[in-house]
Design a protein around this ligand. Sequence first.
Ligand SMILES: *[C@@H]1O[C@H](CO)[C@@H](O)[C@H](O)[C@H]1NC(C)=O
Length: 266
Amino acid sequence: MAGRSRTRLLFTLATPPLLVGYGTHVWLDSLEARYPPIAPDRSSTELLQTPANPVTQHVPHIDIYAARIRLRDLQARSNNPTEKPTKQDLNVAWAQSLLNCSALRFESKVVGLFAKGRFDPGDLGTTPAAFSPDPETGAPRELVNGAMAVLRPPVGDEPLLVKWAVPDAPRRFFEVIARWGYPWRLMTGGRHEMSVEGPFDGEGDEESLGPFVEVRFASAHTYEIVPEEGALSQQKTIPKWAARLHRGYARFLLDTTVKELVEGTK
Ligand SMILES: *[C@@H]1O[C@H](CO)[C@@H](O)[C@H](O)[C@H]1NC(C)=O
């Protein structure tokens, strides 16, 4: 259990500082311009937006970004590049592409080094079993060397939903100092959803390039409700700059995956 907590802590806390190396405003600005946020109600499932315990937790941050790519760029990475892919085929192919993109593979290796002593990416959902539960125990599949767990496999029309968690100790520490007046505190954890919309035909000049799909990456952060902090809009969260880095990282993963998919079929 200790190993897993350390993995989660590392995943949650180490990601934004690692980004500072990249993190110029210019770079964030350009990602923000290319991937504006899209509205959660039309582009994510209710389970992404719902905290595990709606009485004691809330979800103040939901961020969803999307890109349009050619259907064939996505299908080229699918195990089963049939003429007429189902929604499930597309959702699986997109989730596997995103989790296996070079940036997340690298991050998963770093997590593996700390959690398991091996610089190995581990399970990124790309085995034949994909996102199904552990065949022996029936437990949800763990991905990224234990930093993420599958909450809902991509089945039928529903896309993959994964969760990650901050260990209780650091979260409680920030809850205590927030009570003393510190302006910020940590989330309980978060969820990611990876979904595909379409295919759509290209229009005008792009007709011959189509069909296209919209690929999306969604993040939601769950926080404990602290009654002393008052209304939900008053509840403390991570600082704005840290939230911006988290969103920048989500956009960076989407951007990296899209580029790798498009380059793969040149
Ligand atoms: C995952 O990424 C690695 C390294 O880029 C690649 O060799 C492998 O084929 C990818 N796996 C899948 C299933 O896409």
